[in-house]
Design a protein around this ligand. Sequence first.
Ligand code: GLU
Length: 318
Amino acid sequence: MKHAKYLALTAGLLASTTAVAQERFITIGTGGQTGVYFVVGQSICRLVNRDSAKTNLKCTAPSTGGSIANINAIKAGDMDMGVAQSDWQYHAYNGTSEYEGNKFDKERAVFSVHSEPFTVIASKAANIASFDDLKGKRVNVGNPGSGQLATMQVVLDAKGWSMDDFALASELKPAEQAAALGDNKVDAIIYTVGHPNGSIQEAVSTIDANLVPVQGEAIDKLVADNPFYAYATIPGGMYAGSPDDVTTFGVKATFVTSSDVPDDVVYEVVKAVFDNFDRFKKLHPAFENLKEEDMIKDGLSAPLHDGAVKYYKERGWM
Ligand code: GLU
């Protein structure tokens, strides 16, 4: 009796395992809903899901805290892939900076996407013309788990400052920071993000605000010492209130995964993007100038995932 029940249970389990094996779910970590990572993840999933009938892959891309949250979720096996700034891809793989003692050696690069200038935007009333003017001001430094909060800490360390140098260092999410600037709850916000984006557009449409240049010796040293940082320019006229080009430094947004994610899954995701690349580039203005040959090398420091390499070789790119 007991035995028969066990057999029936086993048969049931087998049936459901077979059903599950046919549909494979992948999760892509993004960022706040008003940022560009969310569009990257949603766009990739849209292309992957068009082929679901063939590949059995079902892709979702929920909103997350950003780079650090995504890398940590992939490392823990809670997510399969995600978007992360090139600086944090590097530090996670090498076990440096925030990742000291917490190395993610299974981290794998897939491709890079758009450039992300380290962007400071201030209300005009606060009279902030340079990064140094932020001293003593109320600044939204980025939500926990975001790339901007982690990179802001790097900038503060480089300058010999700390969070205590601000009258307030708030950690609001991107979706809340524009309103906080508009409501005069903060004087400035920090956001490492592709341009143009909805969050900053929202900020400059509610109050008079200006982009703030991020320059000087400390920044020159960061760019000189680190392959993942470069000077960056936010074009004049992109946002209301900032008619001139603004110089800062920045990173690349990159797409990362783990060596634990099977080759064929990564292959199908990469194939969905690059077989439909013209369509992909139309999904956000920050993707407009992307070039395949740059995307498979720029900003990548972890080894490429084998599934991605397979596709790039097929296309003759490697
Ligand atoms: N660079 C930000 C981060 O790493 C996210 C920007 C975006 O959402 O587009 O958290």
